[in-house]
Write a new protein. Structure first.
Length: 116
C-alpha cells in the first residue's frame, strides 16, 4: 500500500484535515470522526504499518511511543484519574476498518467490559 492509498498516511501528510491533539517525532493523534465516547482520539505512527501482524522487533520503540502518547493525551484531556481505555483492533474480524495501525483512546464516560 502506498501513502496515496492510505487514509491515515494522507492525514500524516496533511492532505486530509484532522483535529490533531498531539504530535511527536514518531506519532500523531487526532479526534475520531465518529466518536464513541466524549473523548475518542486515534493515535497512529507516522510510518505506515498495516496491522499488528505486520510489526517486527524493530518496531518496539514505535509501538511504545503510541502508549506514551496515550498517557500524555489522557492527562491533557483530564482522563488520567477517572480512567480511560486504549485499544487496537487487528483485522476485519476485530473491527479494523482503516489498515494503518492506530490506538483508540476512549474516555469521559463509563466504559463497559467486555467490549462487543
Ligand atoms: P478501526 O475500525 O480501524 O479500529 O478504527 C478506524 C477509526 O477511524 C473509526 O473509529 C473511524 O470513525 C475513524 N475514521 C475513519 N475515517 C476517518 C477520517 O477521515 N478522519 C478521522 N478523524 N477518523 C476517521
Ligand atoms: Zn498508512
Amino acid at each position: 500500500m502506498t501513502a496515496q492509498d492510505c487514509l491515515f498516511c494522507r492525514i500524516v501528510a496533511g492532505e486530509i484535515p484532522a483535529d490533531v491533539v498531539y504530535q511527536s517525532d514518531t506519532a500523531i493523534a487526532f479526534r475520531d470522526i465518529n466518536p464513541q465516547a466524549p473523548t475518542h482520539v486515534l493515535i497512529i505512527p507516522r510510518r505506515h504499518v498495516t496491522t499488528i501482524n505486520d510489526l517486527d522487533a524493530d518496531d518496539q520503540e514505535l509501538v511504545g511511543s503510541l502508549f506514551l502518547a496515550a498517557k500524555a493525551i489522557a492527562q491533557q484531556e483530564g482522563l488520567a484519574d477517572d480512567g480511560y481505555r486504549v485499544v487496537m483492533n487487528c483485522g476485519e474480524g476485530a473491527g479494523q476498518s482503516v489498515f494503518h495501525i492506530h490506538l483508540h483512546l476512549l474516555g469521559g464516560r463509563l466504559l463497559n467490559w467486555p467490549p462487543g
